[in-house]
Design a protein around this ligand. Structure first.
Ligand code: APR
Length: 402
């Protein structure tokens, strides 16, 4: 299919209209297509943007299992790198946890999210899947709860309308699905009051582990992406612009917080991307509103501290696909009733662990009594993680699990 053919919007219908071509939408699309369900993906961005947008990169063992089960894991097996160690650098020394030998003995696969999305898209198109890029969903209307219609607009502003039996809202936290929810929908939201400067550096990883540096100047993080590119994070004063610091100042600060004086220098390189991330979490409840179903970031935003976003998205897409297939292919109208409850159990588990990680990695930076108290709790928690095997097993199970 040419780009021109898959760009133009107009009107149409499908049993399932999927909003968004991220990990959630494309996993769902592939699973429905394989089961012979009539579906279409509507995506706001153009094809290149979808394939190149750098996001997360740590795939949990369960995510790999899900993708494997459906023949979607060839690329990540070929190019992904196994990963099972993290290193904590603290005021009182550093320690490593080989989490692949702790807990359930599972490890991550490091595979950039844009590569996963590209694989999912390639597979979907090769199997004859329908997708319309540069097609922004604006609203989902579902007056009687059985025949929803999605109002769309293409890149030139031309309107269109898609009719379906179900709409899968996989269009992220600012998408049309969330904006179309009824007043009864609840959004549980937490702002953690901490911000990060997220950096993508053209430099090889400096550690053979995920690095978490806890410093009185704030947190710094190191995460491998590929042999040429590394992700770094710096705890960042809320409200400060992403470009406020020069590259030199950023590398100096990363070096200081990551204690390069004790551990050796970081491989430095050009900063390719930078953005400020305010650490926030939310959960929508329920995830089903009549014929509109939420998955991925549209369902729940986990703060990025524990890399759960893409992993939850793939898990939810599989659960949603199972329910939709039971309903549409096997005629079980009750199949979707359990979808929300099944997903929310996983979502709250991931939220709880992300929350725990945020408290492990940050403390208020002030010198008042409250800050002292929090900082002392944090140090005690780290010490427990360093010394208690039971604590380490719990950490490993939650860190890599989903
Ligand atoms: N209409 C159509 N498409 C939309 C609209 C809209 N109104 N709004 C957003 N989109 C598209 C985006 O362009 C994007 O391609 O929806 C897609 C959503 O993809 P992701 O943001 O990747 O969300 P999801 O598939 O839920 O994946 C979850 O992976 O790395 C993590 O941080 C990432 O947690 C996120 C996750």
């Amino acid at each position: 299919m040419t780009d021109r053919q898959i760009r133009t919007t107009a009107h149409g219908s499908a049993d399932v209209v999927i909003l968004g071509a991220g990990p959630a939408g494309l996993t769902l699309g592939n699973l429905l297509l394989a089961a012979g369900i009539d579906c279409v993906v509507l995506e706001r961005a153009d094809r290149d943007r979808v394939r190149t947008r750098a996001r997360a990169g740590f795939l949990a063992a369960n995510t790999v299992r899900v993708l494997d089960r459906h023949g979607l894991a060839d690329g990540l097996h070929r190019r992904g790198l196994p990963h099972g160690t993290c290193e904590f650098r603290t005021e009182v020394g550093s320690f490593r946890l080989d989490y692949s030998t702790l807990g359930r003995g599972e490890q991550h696969t490091v595979y950039p999210q844009q590569d996963l999305v590209t694989d999912l898209l390639t597979h979907y198109l090769a199997e004859g899947g329908r997708i319309h890029f540069e097609t922004e969903a604006q609203r989902v209307d579902d007056a009687d709860g059985t025949r929803p219609a999605v109002t769309v607009r293409d890149a030139d502003g031309r309107p269109g309308r898609w009719q379906s039996r179900y709409v899968a809202g996989c269009d992220g936290r600012h998408g049309a699905a969330r904006h179309s929810l009824p007043a009864t929908a609840r959004r549980h939201h937490r702002d953690h009051g901490v911000s990060w400067l997220g950096l993508l550096a053209e430099a090889p990883p400096s550690l053979d582990a995920v690095g978490y540096a806890l410093h009185r100047r704030g947190f710094a993080g190191h995460m491998a992406r590929t042999p040429e590119v590394t992700r770094y994070y710096l705890q960042w004063e809320r409200g400060t612009a992403a470009d406020a610091w020069s590259q030199e100042r950023i590398w100096d600060e990363l070096g200081l917080r990551m204690r390069t004086a004790d551990h050796g220098p970081l491989h430095q390189g050009r900063i390719l991307q930078r953005s400020v991330i305010d650490l926030q979490s939310d959960v929508m409840e329920p995830l089903r509103h009549g014929s509109l179903l939420l998955a991925g970031d549209a369902a729940s935003l986990p703060a990025p501290a524990a890399a759960k976003g893409a992993n939850l998205a793939v898990l939810e897409a599989e659960l949603l696909a199972e329910s939709l297939i039971d309903d549409l292919a096997h005629g079980d109208p009750t199949a979707l009733d359990q979808y929300s409850r099944r997903c929310l159990a996983h979502i709250w588990r991931a939220q709880e662990f992300s929350h725990w990680m945020i408290q492990l990695l940050h403390a208020p930076l002030g010198s008042d009594e409250e800050s002292f108290f929090h900082e002392s709790l944090r140090r005690s928690r780290i010490e427990s993680l360093r010394t208690s095997r039971i604590h380490q097993d719990w950490f490993a199970e939650n860190y890599v699990g989903i």
